[in-house]
Design a protein around this ligand. Structure first.
Ligand code: PLP
Length: 374
C-alpha cells in the first residue's frame, strides 16, 4: 500500500486531543461568570431537557407541594414530571398572550402556604412571553420555597441572574440566544438545592439524570477527573459561543435581541393585514422571539410555509400543536437577531398576506421596524 492510502484524512471535528478535566472546569467557570453566579454550575452532557428533568427529579418527591407556573408548553411538561415524582402540584396557568405576575404568585402562597417548590419558565420561545423573575423571586424567597427556573430561551437575550433573583436551580441551554450548541446544557445549583437533593431518597443516584452524581464524583472531588468521557465537540462549541458573547459584550448581544423584538413588533403593527402581536403588552414580550396572531381565516402554518418559499433561511415557524392555526413565531435569536432577519421576515409575511388579498403596507412596516430597532 502507498503511504497516501493508509494516511488518516484530517478533519476539524475529528481526532481532537482529549478534553481535560481542567478545560471542562474552565468552561463551567465561564458559564458561571456569564450568569454572575457563585453557585455551583454543572454542565450536563445532553440537551437542556436533561438538567430540567434531573433538577426536578432530584428535588421533588412525595412530600413536595409544587406551584407550577404554566405560561407555555414547557410548564406543562414540568407539571407532569413533578406529578410523576409524587409531588402535589398546584398548576397556575396563565394565558399565552400574557406573563405571570408576582401578585399571582403571592396569591398562590396565601392560598397554599405549604408550597415549598416553585417552577417557572423565564422566557418562552414557543409562546413569545417573558416573566418577571426578579419580582417573583422576592416572593418565593419570602416563603422559603425552592425556586426552579428554565432560562433556556432567555439566556443571552435578557439578563439571567440566579444569585440576585434567589433562583436555586437555573437551567440554561446554548441553542437559542447564545447561538451555540444544543447538545450540552448547564444548571446552577444553590446550597439549599443540594441539601434538598441529598435529603431526597427519590433523587436519581448512579443515573444519567443525577445531579448528585456530578456533585459527589466531580465537584466534591475537586474537579480533577471527569466521571465519563465528555461530549467534546459540544463542550468546545459551548466554550466558543461563550467566548464570542464575552468578546461582543453580553450587553450588546442582549441589546440586539431587544431591538429585534421591538422591531418585529413595531413592523408587524405597521404592516397591517390583520396581523397582531400575540403577546398583548410589549413589557410581557420576550426579547428572544416574537409571536404574531394571524387574522381570522388565515392559517398561520400556511402563511409561514408560503413566506418560507420566498426565503427558506428566514427564522419563521408556526406555533406548535393547536397554535399552528393562529400563531406565527419569528425566532429572531442567536444569528437571527439581526435587522436583515427581521426585515426579511416582515417582507415575506407581508407578501404572503397580500397574496391572500389582505391590505398590507410593507413600506410602513420597514420604516417602523427600522425606527424601533434603535
Ligand atoms: C428551547 C427551549 C428548551 C429546550 O428544549 P428544545 O425542545 O430542545 O428546544 C427548554 N425550555 C424552553 C423555555 C425553551 O424555549
Amino acid at each position: 500500500m502507498t503511504e497516501e492510502s493508509t494516511a488518516v484524512t484530517t478533519h476539524p471535528f475529528l481526532d481532537l486531543a482529549p478534553l481535560s478535566a481542567a478545560h471542562f472546569a474552565s468552561v463551567e467557570d465561564r458559564v458561571a461568570r456569564l450568569l454572575d453566579t457563585r453557585q455551583d454550575v454543572v454542565i450536563m452532557q445532553g440537551e437542556a431537557l436533561l438538567p430540567l428533568e434531573g433538577a426536578i427529579r432530584g428535588t421533588a418527591g412525595p412530600g413536595t407541594t409544587a406551584l407550577n407556573v404554566i405560561t407555555g408548553p414547557y410548564g406543562q411538561t414540568f407539571g407532569d414530571w413533578l406529578r410523576d415524582c409524587g409531588a402535589r402540584v398546584i398548576d397556575l396557568s396563565v394565558p399565552f398572550h400574557a406573563a405571570v405576575t408576582a401578585e399571582q404568585i403571592r396569591a398562590a402562597f396565601a392560598e397554599h402556604p405549604e408550597i415549598d417548590f416553585v417552577s417557572l419558565v423565564h422566557a418562552e420561545a414557543a409562546t413569545g412571553n417573558t416573566n418577571p423573575v426578579a419580582e417573583i423571586g422576592e416572593v418565593v424567597r419570602a416563603h422559603g420555597a425552592l425556586f426552579y427556573l428554565d432560562a433556556v430561551a432567555s439566556v443571552g437575550a435578557e439578563p439571567v441572574l440566579p444569585d440576585a433573583w434567589g433562583v436555586d436551580l437555573c437551567v440554561i441551554g446554548a441553542q437559542k440566544a447564545m447561538g451555540g450548541p444544543a447538545g450540552v446544557s448547564a444548571v446552577s445549583v444553590s446550597e439549599r438545592a443540594w441539601t434538598r437533593m441529598a435529603a431526597n431518597p427519590h433523587a436519581p443516584r448512579r443515573s444519567y439524570l443525577s445531579l448528585l452524581d456530578w456533585k459527589e464524583r466531580w465537584l466534591d472531588a475537586g474537579r480533577k477527573a471527569l466521571p465519563h468521557a465528555p461530549a467534546q465537540l459540544e463542550m468546545l462549541a459551548l466554550e466558543a459561543c461563550v467566548e464570542r458573547i464575552e468578546a461582543a459584550g453580553p450587553e450588546k448581544v442582549m441589546a440586539r435581541h431587544r431591538s429585534a423584538a421591538a422591531a418585529t413588533r413595531a413592523g408587524a403593527l405597521a404592516l397591517g393585514g390583520g396581523l397582531e402581536p400575540y403577546v398583548h403588552e410589549a413589557r410581557d414580550a420576550a426579547p428572544v422571539a416574537t409571536t404574531l396572531r394571524t387574522p381570522p381565516g388565515v392559517v398561520a402554518a400556511e402563511l409561514v410555509a408560503r413566506a418560507l418559499e420566498t426565503d427558506p433561511a428566514l427564522p419563521l415557524a408556526a406555533g406548535g400543536g393547536a397554535l399552528a392555526k393562529e400563531m406565527i413565531r419569528v425566532n429572531h435569536y442567536g444569528p437571527h437577531a439581526t435587522r436583515g432577519a427581521v426585515q426579511g421576515s416582515l417582507a415575506a409575511l407581508g407578501a404572503a398576506l397580500a397574496e391572500q388579498g389582505l391590505a398590507v403596507d410593507p413600506d410602513a412596516a420597514r420604516r417602523d421596524a427600522e425606527a424601533a430597532w434603535q
